[in-house]
Ligand binder design. Structure first.
Ligand code: CTP
Length: 132
């Protein structure tokens, strides 16, 4: 069974996230998503509007996803790849090249990002709407 993994915050869940997860399900039989915890986001200097437990609940409900685990540190990927016998590590192409160091552990693939949408752009649009 081929296992595919990805990592991310998945705040304000949107169609770019959905398409990434769907594509992953086409690339393997088991899809694992590591969702960034609020504590890890704080370390990254990032703040999600939706709390971790709710982001996790949403990702768990997606039909393309088999397992959700917490992402709590930059350094956990090698251990996750070994623990879950991961064959393929996937990220959107905004991360192209950044995880090539994992190629010693499994295949690494960068998926075309959906253009024109992001959690940040939704937040910006909401702020403009509220400010009207
Ligand atoms: N992603 C994607 N297409 C988009 C937005 C995100 O394929 N339009 C992918 C990212 O490349 C990443 C995963 O979804 O592999 C989770 O990304 P995340 O950073 O949580 O989403 P963004 O919408 O990019 O959030 P932000 O604006 O906060 O960076």
């Amino acid at each position: 069974m081929k296992t595919v993994i990805t990592y991310g915050t998945f705040d304000m869940f949107h169609v770019g996230h959905l398409r990434l997860l769907k594509r992953m399900s086409e690339l393997g039989e088991r899809v694992i998503v590591a969702v960034s915890t609020d504590e890890f986001n704080a370390l990254k200097g990032k703040k999600a509007l939706v709390p971790y437990e709710e982001r996790r609940e949403i990702i768990e409900a997606i039909q393309y996803v088999d397992l959700v685990i917490p992402e709590y540190s930059w350094g956990q990927k090698e251990k996750d790849i070994a623990d879950y016998t991961v064959d393929l590590f996937v990220m959107g192409d905004d991360w192209a090249g950044k995880f090539d160091y994992l190629k010693n552990h499994c295949r690494v693939f960068y998926i075309d990002r959906t253009r024109g949408i992001s959690s940040s752009s939704i937040k910006r649009a909401l702020m403009l709407e509220v400010g009207k």
